[in-house]
Write a new protein. Structure first.
Lengths: 560, 295
């Protein structure tokens, strides 16, 4: 509603009051809005700080500039190529660095920007060098061309509308939700089966396409292209627009672009120093209102809660009996310390295996190795008969393994329903289905009433429940739990034990790490004890209390 | 042969200056696990500070740069403190990307502030000693190159001594290794972090002063310099202090060598290509990564 009013106001301004110069500024704002939409996808949603958005913008600009002015091609050729060129640069760079920590991504993208600028200045035959390419024709398609003034403004803002709508759907949809999960906690996202690298690459490529389109339109507006389009101020402007407007929000990009592009016009005294004002604005917003203007708006006028979906049971994996996971001779060294020393393990459908051992005996390392978070130095792993040795965590997760962490990791600013629905994103094609399935998982764990509560304020016991629901929602065939009973009351422990038995009865294979023997021994069908990375005991729960080796390991006596 | 030695000298002089930039960057990185994106712009600020201060000296002074160096170090350390107070401390509990953006913002302000004050033209800073050339066995070595190497080596050596031999250094290292633990042991962590930013900015200022004479300084030079520091730290192993210094020397030698063989733009492009290859094949750096992500 507010959006429709604002759009109407903008339209009225453009049609009735704007001077030719005002229209031009409005057009530039549209161009920057378009580039910032793409930046919101990679940076706002994906959390990867790309410093190449300005470079892709410039690349799109040069492609249209050179092809349009030198060779006289119209937009049917230049526009697609202006999108293609940034895409072709983004792909190899993204493939190379997007799986690494995010600071490497910022570095690599900054490098792209520097190299492109260097190329343009040093290849004068192609690019006109420091002078650039003059005489770029207006946007023309099939004989129709957009003259200066209102038609160009309308064209650009038409593209802004289309691009904004696509971006909005992306942000709301499965890709946007998955990206937000990857941004908040890449490790948790991978353990839920999301391919972090591929998601970031998709976002990076999308951002490049937006930037290329914006660059092409910028050149049609300016009618000349020079190395300025590849310089850092363009990138700074886009970054400032995204942060000031509100990270991850397309409306934020729109608002930010209108505001920041008009700012130097409103304060004519600024002249060349307008970038100082941008820097100050960026600093103030990041310090005082990190979610930007739209975030501030959402806090002042919180949007009404959406109705909860009806619970729907997600399809189960085909039931199978017998072995679900097998590990053989798993060995892992950290520097000189052998954390795991030839550990073998079998998990079967319907069987609960307890994993015990003194602190530092390798329990969590084993779970990390089984779920793909640690690469093993030797040994092999199969899930449902398929080799998974040193596979990435997302692949292992998709093969049917789910796990919990010692400290439940849930995104603070998501509701319990959203947090659980995130686990269904790799499986369900639509967010609505994911949420319906998530509702089922929450109900199954008896915490359906928490669906619209924020994860941030949940007490520890309930956080664990929600995290378990998150694991369960994926209908895994193997479930690894790291100290699920820690911090629970006796009544809660009894409830948890009953729940885990029910899951096993459904055919799930469970591995439960736990220090609390009163909880674990009655629950487990089999117990495995580790000490200093070695298997010390593997057998019935009754025997573990009488086993001399286990007693020695716990008491630190001789003979261990 | 003579050319090779000449190139080596040029490469080492450039590398010595890069090493100071990378050193300041990696010290702050270790103390705060935050990327200080303004490091390149701090170098630029140090260089232009030297340019601005030089005319204030009496013209008969024989070693203008050397005299200005302590002043630049002190003023830049103050700027580093300010940077930490404004752009780091308020954000220390937020995701790392917040500090990234706040330091970018500081960089923008420095860069454009310099453009307003000095204009976009390249400026030449005062030489450390003089403009003379020393002949060593047929090789003409500019005094400035020698002075850059000596001054950088002295500063890096002093930093190393402080960090490895003094109580203050132990506190600084404890803060870098594990701030929570350091705080529990009674180390004033916040003061140590402020001090690290001051040292980092002083290193940048020294680098700026050293570079401003032979390589000129423009308000936009920071972008290129932060990239160099970043590459040096990546090549040397993220978080490794000796790795950063070694990485800086390596990339400077590479840059000087390829520039001579082909051209300056090719050298920059090739450096970036090599960086991508390293990131793909050995993301932990050539000498191994020092900082492991805390689980």
């Amino acid at each position: 509603m507010a959006l429709a009013l604002a759009a109407g106001g903008l339209l009225a301004y453009a049609l009735l009051w704007a001077s030719p110069y005002g229209l031009r500024v409005l057009t530039v704002a549209g161009v920057y809005a378009l580039a910032s939409f793409g930046f919101q996808i990679i940076f706002g949603l994906g959390g990867a700080l790309s410093l190449a958005q300005g470079a892709f913008f410039g690349l799109g600009a040069y492609v249209t500039g050179i092809l349009g002015s030198r060779y006289g091609f119209d937009a049917s050729v230049t526009f697609p190529l202006s999108l293609l060129a940034p895409l072709l640069v983004a792909l190899p760079v993204g493939l190379a660095v997007l799986r690494l920590d995010s600071h490497y991504f910022a570095l690599a993208t900054l490098g792209v920007a520097q190299v492109l600028h260097l190329l343009v200045v040093n290849l004068p035959d192609l690019t006109g060098g420091a002078n650039g390419v003059p005489g770029v024709p207006p946007f023309a398609l099939f004989g129709w061309s957009a003259p200066r003034g209102l038609p160009t403004t309308a064209l650009v803002w038409g593209m802004v509308a289309v691009g904004g709508l696509i971006g909005w759907r992306v942000a709301r949809g499965r890709l946007g939700r998955s990206l937000a999960l990857v941004r908040d906690d890449p490790m948790a996202a991978a353990c839920l089966g999301l391919d972090v690298g591929r998601l970031r690459l998709t976002a990076f490529v999308l951002s490049a396409l937006y930037a290329g389109a914006a660059g092409a339109l910028a050149v049609h507006t300016q009618r000349v292209v020079s190395p300025e389009v590849l310089e850092f101020p363009v990138m700074v402007t886009i970054l400032t627009i995204a942060v000031v407007g509100g990270r991850g929000r397309m409306v934020g990009a729109l608002l930010g672009a209108l505001l920041l592009i008009h700012l130097p016009e409103w304060f004519r005294g600024l002249e060349r120093s307008y970038l100082i004002v941008y820097g100050a604005a960026l600093l103030l917003v990041i310090l005082l209102a990190p979610m930007g203007l739209t975030g501030l708006w959402a806090r002042l006028f919180p949007p009404p809660g959406r109705p909860l979906p009806d619970p729907v049971e997600p399809p189960a994996r085909p039931a199978r009996n017998g072995e679900r996971l097998r590990a053989e001779g798993v060995t892992k060294d950290f520097g000189g310390v052998r954390a795991l020393d030839g550990v073998s393990l079998r998990l079967e459908a319907g069987v609960i295996v307890g994993l015990i051992g003194p602190n530092g005996s390798g329990k969590t390392t084993l779970i990390n190795a089984l779920s793909g978070l640690e690469r093993v130095d030797s040994g092999r792993l199969w899930i449902d008969g398929r080799t998974m040795t040193n596979a990435r965590p997302d692949r292992i997760a998709r093969a049917g393994l789910a796990r919990s962490f010692q400290a439940a990791i849930l995104p603070d600013d998501a509701t319990a329903l959203e947090a659980v629905a995130a686990a269904r994103l790799p499986l369900d094609r639509r967010v609505e289905w994911a949420e319906a399935h998530a509702r089922w998982a929450l109900e199954r764990l008896g915490v359906g009433a928490l669906a619209d509560r924020l994860c941030h304020g949940l007490p520890a016991a309930l956080r664990r429940r929600v995290e378990l629901a998150r694991a369960l929602a994926r209908r895994p065939s193997v479930l690894l739990l790291d100290e699920p009973a820690a911090g629970l009351t006796d009544a809660e422990k009894a409830e948890l034990a009953a729940l885990l038995r029910a899951l096993a009865a459904d055919g799930m294979a469970l591995l439960v790490v736990e220090h609390d023997m009163e909880f674990l021994l009655p629950l487990a069908d089999r117990v495995l004890c580790l000490d200093r990375g070695r298997r010390l005991y593997d057998g019935a729960p009754d025997g573990v209390r009488r086993d001399a080796g286990v007693i020695a390991a716990y008491l630190g006596g001789v003979g261990a | 042969m003579v050319t090779a030695v000449q190139l080596l000298v040029n490469g080492l002089a450039l590398g010595a200056a890069y090493a100071l930039v990378a050193l300041g960057f990696v010290l702050v990185l270790n103390a705060t696990s935050a990327v200080n994106f303004a490091q390149g712009d701090l170098v630029m600020a140090g260089g232009l500070l030297a340019v601005a201060l030089a005319p204030l000296l009496p013209s008969a002074v024989p070693v203008p740069g050397l005299l200005l160096l302590p002043l630049v170090l002190v003023l830049m350390a103050g700027l580093g403190l300010l940077l930490a107070l404004v752009a780091y401390l308020p954000l220390r509990r937020r995701p790392p990307v917040s500090v990234f953006i706040s330091t970018i913002a500081i960089g923008i302000i420095l860069q454009n502030g310099a453009a307003v004050l000095f204009g976009p033209e390249p400026r030449v800073g005062p030489p450390l000693l003089g403009d003379g050339v020393v002949r060593v066995g047929g090789v003409a070595v500019p005094e400035q190159s020698l002075a850059i190497m000596v001054v950088a080596a002295l500063l890096i050596g002093a930093q190393h001594l402080v960090f490895s031999r003094t109580q203050l250094g132990r506190r600084l290292r404890a803060t870098a290794q594990d701030p929570e633990m350091a705080r529990a042991c009674g180390v004033p962590v916040t003061r140590m972090i402020l001090l690290t930013f001051a040292i980092g900015a002083a290193c940048a200022g020294a680098a700026g002063l050293l570079l401003a004479n032979r390589y000129f300084m423009t308000p936009t030079a920071g972008g290129d310099l932060i990239l160099k520091a970043y590459i040096a730290v990546t090549v040397g192993g993220w978080g490794s202090v000796p790795g950063a210094v070694l990485g800086a020397l390596l990339i400077a030698l590479f840059e000087v060598g390829v520039s001579w063989l082909l051209s300056q733009p090719v050298a920059q492009g090739a450096l970036y290509g090599v960086l991508l290859v390293i990131l793909v094949l050995r993301p932990q750096g050539l000498f191994g990564e020092a900082v492991r992500r805390r689980a």
